[in-house]
Design a protein around this ligand. Structure first.
Ligand code: HEC
Ligand code: HEC
Length: 290
């Protein structure tokens, strides 16, 4: 009687051992991935101090920073799923005080910290396209916001599934998402004129709709390709981007409504019209609308 029982115990202990070893290996390899370093790049900028530039900087910050760092920029728990990860954005005003202007501009454009490591989900990948003048206005504005202490925040942590996702390339650090071989739209002086719609779409919509605006799972939920502005008329598009209203009344678009009413409402009517006109030119490829 003792024989089979002993074998079963050995097999179970063996299995537990294999699982523990696998988890340890995933942990060690993912820590190594998070510690990987890349060339640090600085972007030389000169901060403006005129009120028009500071106002533009504030609007750019509303469009690009507050959504994740919270209404007072003091940090939030952005995402939490058991076994996957808890992602916490830090107090942005305290975090930026550890960066010089050129270092911060480098972090926001290329996704590499001053120690060479790269954050998760930060910066939004479209910031790569931001012009030097807009980066300077954004940073100038952020430097004027008085620092406030954070409410106590938990720290970012990764569970076994999140770590496995990192190793499988499903959950990359930001430097791996920014394609620096593509020409930066913001390097063209036409960004405030004929290329304004393209500039804003590449800078803002790409964070969830993907680098090519072709949809997929990039942000909190699957998103559609934006080709042809999805059949929205300019008026319907304004109601979507400013009030979160879908073209089809009653359709559930909770994620898009949330980002519209908290963030995209800071786009001017002219900017929304320019984005719409640009999206009409995006060829029909990618994930279709639900
Ligand atoms: C999509 C969400 C998101 C957006 C948008 C975002 N951040 Fe962050 N930010 C985060 C997260 C998450 C972290 C922590 C990342 C980590 O430690 O891996 C972070 C970290 C930071 C850090 C600390 C970097 C370091 O040294 O560890 C700074 C500085 C920062 N953000 C500034 C900004 C500014 C300025 C903007 C607007 C231009 C911005 N963030 C927009 C999510 C975001
Ligand atoms: C924070 C992530 C996020 C950002 C940023 C974002 N979107 Fe979306 N969008 C989504 C998601 C997710 C959906 C799918 C519906 C849902 O889950 O809410 C969506 C759906 C849409 C739709 C289809 C609505 C429908 O009728 O089904 C349009 C059009 C759209 N987005 C346009 C834009 C434009 C233009 C921008 C940039 C100015 C933008 N989105 C920025 C996440 C985002």
């Amino acid at each position: 009687m003792a024989g089979p029982g002993r074998w079963l115990t050995r097999i179970l202990l063996g299995l537990v051992g294999v699982i523990v070893l696998a988890l340890a290996a995933i942990y060690v390899m993912s820590e190594r991935y998070l510690a990987r370093t890349y060339p640090v790049r600085e972007v030389a900028i000169t901060l403006p101090s005129d009120s028009a530039s500071l106002a533009r900087g504030e609007r750019l910050a509303r469009l690009s920073c507050y959504g994740c760092h919270g209404e007072t920029l003091t940090g939030t728990v952005m995402f939490e799923a058991p076994l996957v990860a808890r992602l916490v954005s830090p107090n942005a005003l305290i975090a930026i005080s550890e960066y010089s202007d050129a270092q911060l501009a480098g972090l926001l454009r290329y996704g590499v910290r001053t120690d060479g490591t790269s954050p998760m989900t930060m910066p939004p990948i479209g910031m790569y396209h931001m012009s030097d003048a807009d980066l300077a206005s954004l940073i100038a504005y952020l430097r004027t916001v008085p620092k406030q202490p954070s409410a106590p925040l938990p720290s970012t942590s990764y569970g076994p599934l999140g770590r496995l996702g990192m190793l499988a390339g499903q959950f990359p650090t930001t430097v791996n998402l920014i394609d620096t071989t593509v020409a930066r739209v913001g390097a063209d002086t036409a960004v405030l004129g004929s290329r304004q719609g393209e500039y804003l779409a590449r800078m803002i919509c790409t964070d969830c709709h993907g680098a090519g605006l072709t949809g997929g799972v990039n942000g909190p939920a699957p998103s559609p390709s934006l080709s042809g502005a999805l059949g929205y008329s300019p008026t319907e598009f304004l109601a979507l981007l400013h009030e979160g209203k879908p073209r089809e009344a009653g359709k559930a678009i909770p994620n898009m409504s949330e980002v519209a009413t908290h963030t995209l409402k800071y786009l001017t009517d002219d900017e929304v019209r320019a984005i719409h006109a640009y999206l009409l030119t995006v060829p029909a490829t990618g994930v279709p609308m639900r």
